[in-house]
Design a protein around this ligand. Structure first.
Ligand code: 13P
Ligand code: SF4
Length: 356
């Protein structure tokens, strides 16, 4: 996370807490008003949160929703956030890039990013005038941490003239050293957009190998892996299919190529959600983080979800109590050094503007 400024202050020299003020902690009581005003939200999560536990969640949900109006804040939640966050306090949900793009359209001064650090940084890049907060600064990502800006400069020296395509799951420092960004949905089109025969596609080795299987362009890569998706194996998935041939297998392209090869569909988290909503397979095996299936089950009635899932420990650092603290105390603010931000933003915008 080298692009995070070591100071907590913005260009004004003041911290977010100084600019907006710290608010007193509300009473977190389970009472008739809280019960009444959160009842419609409980309906959305009742399959995942037992009724006996709701009195613990509801006061936080109630306080956060009140506070975000007072602060004129928008809560962005990635598809891997837990159902209480995804359904009960988020204003925008989606995959990593969608969140940053949607945030440019909301009329909010403050963005609270419920996801991991690189996502908050990407939101800051595309929303430089907004205050971007992350409820836990330690929410990292094994892919983003596999490579630094200095590594990319070395790659450029070693492969002069070879375009560098960087997955959005990277720090702003790494994006700033790259020619263009890609997501798991558009990586093939981005790689082919250069019209050359060799491209560096970093840092996800498996995503790069999955791209290489779909293009004639020679792909050079890096040894970064997602610690959640690298653990799935073709053998375990084939055992499910053998047990029930009706099962459709849907995988994230961060999985090893042997897994993606046997999948009926591979795409970004939003691509996977759209596939399930549009195709309505009777039984679907989601090869990705655990919360995805829980979050989309209610919008795909009639689909039976099989969940051989792995938890992302970084995503799970974000909790309702930390979101409340973030809004009360205006922490932790994301800063990106302005010259790094300009170059990183260009790499993201080149991808967004690419005609596909
Ligand atoms: P998406 O961009 O597909 O949401 O992926 C983000 C991520 O962290 C997957 O592991
Ligand atoms: Fe990073 Fe993998 Fe977690 Fe996504 S699921 S944030 S790629 S470690």
């Amino acid at each position: 996370m080298t692009s995070v400024s070591t100071s907590n202050t913005s260009a004004s020299g003041k911290t977010a807490a100084e600019r907006y003020g710290v608010l007193p902690r509300p009473e977190l009581e389970w009472n008739a008003q809280v019960e009444r005003e959160t009842a419609h939200l409980y309906e959305l999560v009742k399959e995942h949160i037992p009724a006996i536990e709701w009195p613990v969640y509801a006061p936080y949900v109630h306080a956060i929703n009140k506070l975000k109006k007072e602060r004129n804040a928008a809560i962005l939640a990635h598809n891997y956030q837990t159902p209480d966050i995804f359904h009960c306090v988020a204003d925008i949900v989606g995959d990593s890039l969608q969140l940053a793009k949607e945030a440019t359209k909301v009329d909010a001064d403050i963005i609270v990013q419920c996801g991991v650090h690189f996502m908050a940084e990407t939101s800051k890049l595309l929303n430089p005038d907004k205050t971007v907060l992350i409820p836990d600064m330690k929410a990292g990502c094994s892919l983003a941490e596999s490579i630094t800006g200095a590594d990319v400069r070395l790659l450029r020296e070693r492969y002069p003239g070879v375009p560098i395509v960087t997955y959005v799951n990277t720090s702003a420092d790494v994006k700033a050293e790259s020619d263009i960004c890609c997501t798991s949905s558009n990586a093939v089109a981005v790689v082919e957009s250069f019209g050359v025969d060799r491209v560096l596609c970093i840092p996800d080795e498996f995503l790069a190998q999955n791209v290489a299987a779909q293009t004639k362009v020679k792909i050079l890569t890096w040894k970064g892996h997602c610690e959640v998706h690298e653990r799935f194996t073709a053998e375990e998935l084939l055992a499910y299919r053998e047990a029930d041939p009706e099962i459709q297998i849907i995988a994230h392209p961060e999985c090893p190529p042997s897994v993606v090869e046997i999948a009926d569909y591979a795409g970004s988290t939003s691509g996977m959600i759209n596939y399930v909503r549009d195709q309505r397979p009777p039984k679907v095996l989601l090869v990705t983080e655990c919360s995805m299936a829980s979050n989309i089950e209610s919008s795909a009635p009639g689909v039976q979800f099989i969940k051989p899932c792995n938890l992302c420990p970084h995503m799970k650092r974000i909790t309702l109590p930390k979101i409340l603290d973030s809004l009360l105390e205006m922490k932790d603010e994301i800063h990106v050094d302005p010259s790094t931000a300009d170059r990183a933003r260009q790499a993201v915008e080149r991808m967004v503007n690419l005609k596909q």
